[in-house]
Design a binder for this molecule. Structure first.
Ligand code: TRP
Length: 462
């Protein structure tokens, strides 16, 4: 049994929901979702995303919470030694859920902090000088962004500062750090998002946005045909990433849940909230892009290149910019805290070393990871060259296409075939619903996930 301190739990049900929602809502929703939707046909992408979030994401999230809640140790690696299982059998390879989860968390945190660091730069710019220089147009914006990305020192300083900020929260632990932070930052996030949304509705591009995001069409904005297979794969990996699944994150937060928490309603709330935030981010961002006549399908630069040009041209642009980049940073910090927490709690639960020491050591690891991932450094792992040609994209593709679906597969297999059946069924209001879920995660979901990994693997090599 671990020696979890009494205060090292979430104290309230609201705290659980807010912390888990904070984990889920991140750069994935605000930065990646809009540009991926934009590049993959808009409405048709959103439709597929909804389907995957509900049919695959929700049951995997429920499974992760069930594992965490029934663990007596919050180390996502150690916990598998003791969880009550059918006939007490625990094949040791299920520990790889936690091990892979920690590896993915470090990999994702490394590149996540870099992107957050860039948002940090744009926030400071808004505060100190404003965005007027970007009135020169999208070419200037993309040259500026390019020069930030290739400036090793600057990009590293911002990334590392962001990691250190995150570590300050992790330092205070679960209740005094994560739960308190979530209770302040999540409502703030909602307020900023609503302000940006109101701006979106009032700006000239709202009707076009509705057309683009709501009505599914097989033709992209620029007239090209949407590649359905690749859009589907992107929508699916995006749904898993956005819901923080397959990285033992919700397993870890599940282990901090008060025992009376309801896993199903918590999961439903988080999936709904996360999806809503992603959609609303689309409705906040695209009207600005459309109103200025810029390209919605331009990819990763959407927030950094297009929006800054818009901020330069709009009356309240500077304020909007400051709000937008604050929103990105708030969302990013609550997600990064959660990623690091998976690794921190795995080490604390496995070694009984004091939290503060663990936070420092893990922090140094992530700092190292993020320095190595800096695109300016130009590093790439030669054995990963099939994936991409720089370390940041290699980590991104490896985790998104392989580790996350594989860890999710092991997770549902563990819940479907190992953990005591009554512990699963008792989470549901009615036994028959529980039985249906049980059947689904045993025989349907694993097949779908295998299929996903197969496609992901093919995609990685072509
Ligand atoms: N869900 C986060 C986002 O949308 C990122 C994320 C992916 C994450 N996996 C995670 C956060 C695991 C915490 C834990 O940006």
């Amino acid at each position: 049994m671990s020696k979890m301190k009494k205060n090292d739990f979430f104290k309230s049900q609201l705290g659980v929901v807010l912390a888990a929602a904070g984990s889920a809502v991140g750069l994935g929703n605000l930065w990646a979702f809009p540009y991926k939707a934009g590049a993959n046909g808009g409405g048709i992408f959103i439709l597929m995303y909804l389907f995957f979030a509900l049919c695959l994401g929700l049951p995997v999230m429920i499974s992760e919470f069930i594992i965490g809640k029934n663990a007596s140790n919050s180390s996502s690696i150690r916990m598998f030694d003791r969880i009550p299982t059918e006939n007490e059998k625990r094949p040791v390879f299920f520990k790889s859920i936690g091990i892979l989860g920690c590896i993915s968390s470090i990999m994702v945190a490394s590149f996540y902090a870099i992107i957050a660091g860039w948002s940090f730069e744009y926030l400071l710019m808004g505060i100190t000088e404003g965005y007027s220089a970007f009135a020169q147009g999208p070419e200037y914006a993309s040259v500026y962004f390019g020069s930030l990305v290739t400036n090793f020192e600057l990009s590293t300083i911002y990334g590392v500062t962001f990691i250190v900020l995150t570590l300050c929260i992790s330092f205070f632990g679960i209740n005094a750090g994560i739960e308190k932070m979530s209770k302040v930052l999540m409502p703030l996030l909602v307020v900023i998002l609503i302000l940006l949304l109101v701006n979106g509705v009032l700006s000239g591009g709202f009707a076009k946005t509705v057309n683009f995001l709501i009505f599914p069409s097989l033709t992209s904005f620029d007239g090209t045909k949407v590649n359905i297979a690749s859009a589907a794969l992107t929508a699916m990996s995006q749904a898993f990433f956005s819901l923080s699944l397959g990285m033992a994150g919700m397993i870890t937060y599940g282990s901090y849940m008060p025992k009376e928490s309801n896993v199903i309603s918590t999961s439903l709330k988080i999936v709904t909230f996360d999806t809503l935030v992603a959609f609303l981010a689309g409705f906040a961002i695209f009207p600005i892009v459309f109103a200025q006549g810029l390209d919605p399908a331009q990819g990763t630069g959407l927030v950094f290149n297009s929006l800054t040009v818009c901020f330069a041209n709009l009356k309240l642009g500077r304020l909007l910019g400051i709000l937008t980049f604050s929103l990105l940073l708030i969302a990013a910090i609550t997600s990064l805290v959660s990623m690091l927490e998976t690794v921190i709690s795995a080490v604390i639960g496995g070694t009984k070393i004091e939290r503060k020491g663990v936070v420092v050591v893990i922090g140094l690891f992530v700092i190292l990871g993020s320095v190595l991932c800096q695109p300016a450094l130009g590093l790439s792992a030669s054995f990963l060259e099939f994936a991409a040609d720089n370390l940041m994209d290699q980590f991104d593709q490896l985790t998104m296409n392989m580790f996350i679906p594989f860890t999710s597969l092991l997770t549902v297999l563990f819940v479907g075939f190992r953990i005591r059946k009554d512990l699963v069924i008792s989470e549901f209001r009615s036994q028959s619903l529980g039985n249906k879920f049980y059947f689904y995660i045993r025989f349907v979901l694993p097949i779908i996930l295998c299929f996903v990994m197969f496609i992901g693997l093919k995609d990685l090599f072509t």
